[in-house]
Design a protein around this ligand. Structure first.
Ligand SMILES: Nc1nc2c(ncn2[C@@H]2O[C@H](COP(=O)(O)OP(=O)(O)OP(=O)(O)O)[C@@H](O)[C@H]2O)c(=O)[nH]1
Length: 329
């Protein structure tokens, strides 16, 4: 079959670049994730409103079932960040949240977080707390919790950054003291470290989270991750990368064209495949390469997966063996 006819047709991802000893890690649950969960469990009774933060590029993959039990009795709103760098799938979000308690934001644009602040202000007025309404932002690593806090603070009290942010996962490692995001009525917000899933997530979800930057940046071999991104883009529209390469399913062919376009060459003029893969992945993580969404309504309807296995903080021995090789480093 001609290559063009096969583009975007495969339903499962099979890496083209396979190394004999390579084993795909399928979890990324670090010591500080566990510590943060235990601390949140202690604090949760005092929290009035939760902002559960997810990445709009993968609403299903960045959902963390570990939080479901923790926040079951709290008022919550699901906040989808990075709406500026994805083709938002409203159908999927409406199906996931029939009660409509979600909000799409771009944390770089203060006006998009105003709605959230208004919800918190209304809650604060209704509850009439002496110390103010206590809110908490939680979610997977690198989904934009600290950026959300900074923008809410800017909108609410017109003050600068209070939390450190960055393109890598794991910038926030402890729960700092609260930050005031509104005065009269007072609204306080706790930022929290990103927490991943405590047992094997399956390789597709691991690849998605890695492509989004929600894991250690080098957790998955870059050529395999680049291959997965190419696979995902082909499913949506290969024209997204037409600037660099004609449509292809072959990562080596794509990277060779990409390196030529970007001028990424090694000694002797050979394409720098590793450098090209890292560059292409980084562009996707930052939303500079195009807009795709990794989860679909079909994925939501077909998900027979039992998420309850993620709700325990204690992984089994077998699960622990599948943990990320970078653990503790
Ligand atoms: N384009 C875009 N980028 C965003 C948005 N929100 C956050 N980012 C970027 O995403 C990256 C991660 O943001 P952080 O706020 O550090 O994420 P976090 O969830 O606090 O990360 P951890 O500390 O690992 O838990 C940063 O590079 C931000 O600039 C958004 O709405 N749009």
């Amino acid at each position: 079959m001609a290559i063009k006819e096969t583009i975007g047709k495969a339903s499962t991802f099979v890496p083209r670049t396979v190394f004999p000893d390579y084993r795909l890690p399928q979890s990324y649950f670090l010591g500080h994730h566990r510590k943060a969960m235990l601390r949140m469990q202690q604090m949760i009774a005092d929290i009035d409103l939760i902002f559960e933060v997810r990445d709009a590029r993968a609403p299903l993959a960045t959902r963390n079932a570990l939080f479901d039990k923790l926040i079951a009795t709290r008022a919550k709103i699901v906040v989808y960040t990075k709406s500026d760098i994805c083709a938002v799938n409203r159908e999927l979000l409406d199906a996931m949240h029939p009660e409509g308690n979600y909000c799409l934001v771009d944390t770089n644009k203060p006006r998009t977080v105003k709605k959230l602040l208004n919800i918190a202000k209304k809650e604060a007025e209704n509850r009439d707390h002496f110390f103010g309404l206590r809110t908490m932002a939680l979610g997977m690593p690198n989904v934009g919790k600290s950026s959300l806090l900074n923008t809410l603070r800017l909108v609410g009290v017109n003050r600068g950054k209070a939390a450190r942010t960055g393109a890598l996962a794991g910038i926030t490692r402890t729960i700092p003291t609260f930050v005031k995001i509104n005065e009269e009525p007072d609204v306080l917000l706790y930022d929290t470290p990103g927490v991943s899933l405590p047992s094997s997530m399956g390789y597709r979800r691991t690849l998605i989270l890695s492509a989004l930057g929600c894991t250690h940046p080098k957790m998955i071999d870059e050529r395999i991750l680049a291959d997965f991104i190419l696979f995902s883009v082909n499913k949506v529209d290969p024209a997204v990368y037409s600037k660099y390469s004609p449509p292809t399913n072959d990562i080596e062919e794509f990277l060779s064209n990409y390196c030529r376009y970007m001028g990424l060459r090694m000694k002797g003029g050979y394409p720098d495949f590793d450098g090209g893969a890292a560059h292409w992945i980084d562009s996707w993580r930052r939303g500079k390469a195009g807009k795709i969404i990794y989860d679909s309504l079909e994925d939501f309807n077909n998900q027979g997966e039992d998420e309850s296995r993620f709700t325990s903080l204690k992984p089994t021995k077998q699960q622990a063996r599948m943990m990320d090789p970078y653990r503790g480093k």
